[in-house]
Design a protein around this ligand. Sequence first.
Ligand code: NAD
Length: 316
Amino acid sequence: MNTNRKIVIVGAGFVGTSFAYSLLNQGTVDEVVLVDINKEKAKGEEMDLSDGLPYAPHKMNIKAGDYRDCSDAYIVVITAGLAQKEGQSRLELAEENTKIVKEITENVVNNGFKGIFIIATNPVDLMSYVVSKVSGFPTSRVIGSGTVLDTARLRYLIAEYLEVSSKNVHAYILGEHGDSSLVPWEHCYVGCKKMIEIMEDNNYPMEDLEKIHDNVWNAAYEIIEKKKATYYGIGMALNRIIKAIFDDEKAILTISTYQNGEYGQEGIYIGVPTIIDRDGVKDILRLKLNEIDQEKFNHSCEIMKKNIKNSIDLLL
Ligand code: NAD
């Protein structure tokens, strides 16, 4: 594997360009190539983003390109495809986006790509499975954005609720990036104290925990209702994943990871706390889930399996 900081973003829409903008602002990479079926759009985004370069913290190349650029890229991020419309669930995008993501993966691999795939296209757990199957890459090098964004939303809401810094909130959303996700509250810490103990000590109603989760779960629907799409949060979340890889951080992030029985499930991609380094997935952090949380997790996995069987495998 090469050691450059070059990435290719396939899909120069709201998500791809918000991500590129956050890379530009944070100086995370040396080179960003935008590939889109709409070449004019990719070129326009190149020009607009490049105007910001004199004020960026780090020298960087930004260009519109094509799949040949994947040959020496370290990471390819897929953000292309249909997005949710008002009231639509992520799973409803599965069939159409499978065709798009399959075609993109073939183009990337056929152009000699040997690096790490990161997938943001929804439904992201299923699309990660598609990329894994089509590319034939080791599963450690196929990563979905999973519940990294949901986890950020959760931490933000807990921080608001308890009036502490979100940086001191250690809480995770597990499962599908979607309607069946769960929060294992027993494993949620604020500073080094269990969130549940903080709730008890302060006589906060325990029902508020599920209200916080509902708000996370509902956030995308509400944002889409108000402004048609979500993109800044996922742009930052993708940047966080990329940084963990390039800096060989061994950071724990709830990416969508291939399951090999770590949580009692196999053969699917789903969001679990995962240690990431320069080679991709290093290991999965195994939490001892209580019975109720394990049931919720299993339910989320069953949804994935059903969708793989019903539509994804037929299209591959
Ligand atoms: P968008 O419509 O703004 O952009 C999609 C882009 O993909 C367009 O520029 C389009 O031309 C391009 N495209 C379509 N087919 C292509 C192909 N075959 N090859 C190359 N490019 C192609 O949509 P968006 O708002 O940027 O959303 C993109 C995806 O990201 C959606 O599936 C959305 O649901 C998902 N998303 C994921 C998360 C997450 O947390 N994982 C969050 C928000 C959005």
